[in-house]
Design a binder for this molecule. Structure first.
Ligand code: CMC
Length: 429
């Protein structure tokens, strides 16, 4: 049988290089081009990494044409139906679903780490009163390494595990504090008798004068959102975390870099932008105008929550979330039904339009998640913070995998230089 290799020939010089094909368990194989530069003197050129696999990973699998998403082999639909968010965290970190005993232990470890250092809380007062909670998240999470340096020896697997637990456990407390600070209310301490999601909602909405009890439907909806956002293989923020930590940076600093990347409107910031867009559309009669703008090359406006680099038939997370919208809005007494109607109508019109059909643009996870978050009372500027909370486990699981990867070295892309050729300073003769 012929060896699984690809021969790359430089037609100009006639030189060839044999590049081995690298197979995974599913999905397209990759061509190992590490010898290309040595043998032929070329780099590969792939802006935005449209055709580049940056690592091998056993965590998350996506088939964008078929709309399939698996965490550790389990379909997202099944995890959404049967698992809690903390179970999914365990699965992503350790590779298997936990036994009841393992789950109990994991839950108790996470609960142990929910409080943050009081010194860290004083950090918040240095921010402007109207700071965006994501700006606070980037700063405060980055500062964690200054408070928890007893777990930043990245060469020690136990330190790595403790940092992972700390990040998952403390993220809801940091997130809720960033919100409380931005509205001038006192911070609420975590309560260890509550579940992960209820605890977060209480830290968001309780005040010293009024206890808060989350609606069970809201808890279920938020739990679902966290599960659906927990990991998504080598997206921009995850690749940022991997690249930042490939230099040996500690996980708290690397996750802060991931948060910065997630904040952008083309990535995690889209859920906030979707609601702003739907509120701007207001009347479904205005939809045609917005569709026209989205198609206009000279207008920077895009239909937010539409399109995906990988999903080209549907985003399986959007399908699950759309159903949750139906269920939740029926149950909760909210004013968001018209917003949902507008979203449904906009989706219908876009999916029948040649522009969106030809470019395979479908609603993504962020299209409906904002409606759910809004309906359960989460303010708009906290939407991307919720995404951050959910994705923390993905970032940290990918980081742990990278740290155990024998092929791991500092990430260092190359470039095609297009600047001025060598020239002398005017003072040189
Ligand atoms: N509205 C209008 N046109 C669009 C849109 C959109 N939302 N998305 C892509 N296009 C067009 C784009 O103009 C281009 O057209 P042409 O080929 O004529 O130049 C074509 O579709 C391909 O777009 P692209 O920008 O090359 O695709 P990409 O893979 O680089 O970008 C994307 C993917 C998600 C950034 C993009 O679809 C987008 O900006 N969507 C809106 C923002 C959004 O919803 N982001 C959330 C992504 S899912 C959650 C997450 O990853 O965090």
């Amino acid at each position: 049988m012929a060896e699984d290799k690809v021969t790359i020939t430089d037609k100009k010089t006639g030189k060839t290089v044999e590049a081995p094909v690298v197979h995974g368990t599913m999905g397209p194989a990759g061509i190992d081009i590490r010898n290309l530069q040595k043998e032929l003197g070329y780099f590969t050129y792939d802006p935005a990494f449209m055709a580049t696999a940056s690592c091998k990973s056993a965590i998350t699998y996506i088939d964008g044409d078929a709309g399939i998403l698996l965490y550790r082999g389990y379909p997202i639909e099944q995890l959404a139906k049967h698992s809690s968010y903390l179970e999914v965290c365990y699965l992503l970190l350790y590779g298997e679903l936990p036994t009841p005993k393992e789950m109990e232990e994991f839950q108790s470890i996470i609960i142990d780490h929910t409080m943050v250092h009081e010194g860290l809380r004083r950090f918040y007062s240095g921010f402007r009163h109207d700071a965006h909670p994501m700006a606070i998240m980037v700063g405060v999470v980055g500062a964690l390494s200054a408070f928890y340096h007893d777990s930043t020896d990245i060469t020690d697997p136990r330190h790595r595990e403790i940092s992972a637990h700390r990040l998952i456990a403390k993220m809801p407390s940091i997130a809720a504090d960033s919100y409380k600070y931005s509205i001038g209310q006192p911070f609420v301490y975590p309560r260890n008798d509550l579940g992960f999601v209820e605890n977060f909602m209480r830290m968001m909405f309780a005040v010293p004068t009024n206890e808060f009890k989350a609606h069970p439907k809201s808890v279920k909806a938020l739990e679902l959102i966290l599960i659906l956002h927990a990991d998504h293989e080598q997206n921009a923020s995850t690749s940022t975390v991997r690249l930042a930590s490939s230099s040996g940076a500690n996980p708290f600093a690397s996750v802060a870099a991931g948060i910065a990347s997630l904040w952008g409107p083309a990535h995690g910031g889209a859920n906030e932008a979707v609601i702003r867009m739907l509120e701007e559309i207001k009347d479904p009669k205005e939809i045609a105008k917005f569709i026209k703008r989205a198609k206009d090359k000279h207008d920077p406006f895009r239909l937010m929550g539409f399109g995906h680099r990988i999903y080209k038939s549907h985003d399986p997370r959007a399908v699950i979330i759309r159903q949750m919208c139906y269920d939740l809005l029926k149950e909760l007494d909210t004013e968001d039904a018209p917003l949902f109607e507008t979203a449904l109508e906009l989706e219908k019109v876009a999916l029948a339009d040649d522009y969106f059909i030809e470019r395979q643009l479908y609603p993504n996870v962020d299209y409906y998640s904002g409606i759910i978050l809004k309906a359960i009372g989460i303010p708009l500027n906290m939407f991307t913070v919720i995404f951050t909370m959910a994705r923390t486990v993905g970032w940290i699981a990918q980081w742990m995998e990278m740290m155990e990867d024998e092929e791991q070295r500092i990430g260092r892309p190359r470039q095609i230089y297009t600047g001025h050729p060598r020239r002398n300073h005017p003072s040189e003769k």
